[in-house]
Design a protein around this ligand. Structure first.
Ligand SMILES: [Zn+2]
Length: 287
């Protein structure tokens, strides 16, 4: 009987991954990654995305995504896009003195509803960084736990940002939300099993972060915030002119490239149309 059991175990191990003691490995968590359309920005001049002047005078449309990660232990929204109030503006939003036109074709809340969710159902919220095309719907997620780099949070609530209600009022109510601060160079393991990690990649802002997701079938995916704004940015290591620390940004590019190699990760440059188009079309998910 013992022999028969051993043979059955060996046969099972031939069909599934087993550890050295012969017991089947636990199934990886059924994590799913959804790419949602949270607007787009059409720039009449993308010069600001390259501080070497090489992109001056060119026009380009940048996609603005939101990412939803569904894990058996909860949901995380990563970046919340442009404010969904723009969807109610008949011709979108054209800020004075800024060379861009912002459009939101479908509200984030309407997309969550397609999955039977409201913002209050989302356990965790995190932004790659504080800029308004990432924190635009931050105040929808005050019932979530906010995962944020300590330096980034300090900057978001400093006097200069409080004095700019246009952007500040998109996220200001998170000040009293339940918060998990990421200190120093630490990374944050969202669900405690290594499947979803918020990793520091500062420079664009003081606490810019990227997200590394391990999917059971598709493998590793790196969602890289504003590490690279344009299709040209990664290969040419372009640094935007609106940036906190150039040397730190270059060092973070090296760090994220190493992470991508080590994990053989699919790299998503969030504002690049072809990377967004390579994701399953919502409400389909990558898993
Ligand atoms: Zn951005």
């Amino acid at each position: 009987m013992a022999l028969r059991n051993a043979l059955l175990a060996a046969a099972a191990c031939a069909l599934a991954a087993c550890n050295q003691s012969g017991a089947p490995e636990p199934d990886p968590p059924a994590v799913q990654l959804y790419a949602m359309d949270c607007g787009h920005s059409t720039f009449s001049d993308i010069g600001m995305f390259a501080d070497d002047g090489s992109m001056n005078g060119q026009s380009r449309t940048l996609v603005v995504p939101c990412y939803l990660i569904r894990h058996p232990s909860g949901d995380l929204i990563w970046d919340t896009g442009l404010p969904e109030a723009i969807a109610d503006m008949p011709d979108g939003w054209r800020p004075d003195g800024f060379p861009a036109h912002f459009v939101v074709p479908v509200k984030l809340t309407a997309q969550l509803q397609q999955l039977g969710l409201t913002p209050a159902d989302i356990e965790f919220v995190s932004f790659s960084h504080m800029h308004s095309d990432h924190t635009g719907n931050g105040n929808l997620f005050t019932a979530s736990t906010w995962i944020v780099d300590a330096d980034e949070r300090t900057r978001m609530f400093d006097a200069e940002h409080r004095a700019d209600p246009q952007d500040f009022n998109n996220y200001n109510r998170l000040e009293t939300a339940e918060t998990q601060l990421i200190e120093g160079d630490a990374e944050h393991d969202v669900f405690g099993d290594g499947s979803v990690r918020v990793i520091q990649a500062p420079g664009h802002t003081p606490g810019h972060t990227v997200l590394l997701v391990q999917l059971p079938n598709a493998g590793a995916v790196l969602v890289t915030g504003d590490m690279w704004h344009l299709a040209e940015s990664r290969e040419r290591r372009l640094v935007p002119s609106f940036n906190t620390d150039r040397a730190q940004t270059i060092a973070s590019m090296d760090k994220v490239e190493a992470l991508a190699r080590e994990n053989e990760a699919l790299v998503i440059r969030e504002h690049v149309q072809e990377d967004f188009d390579a994701m399953p079309r919502f409400p389909e998910a990558l898993n």
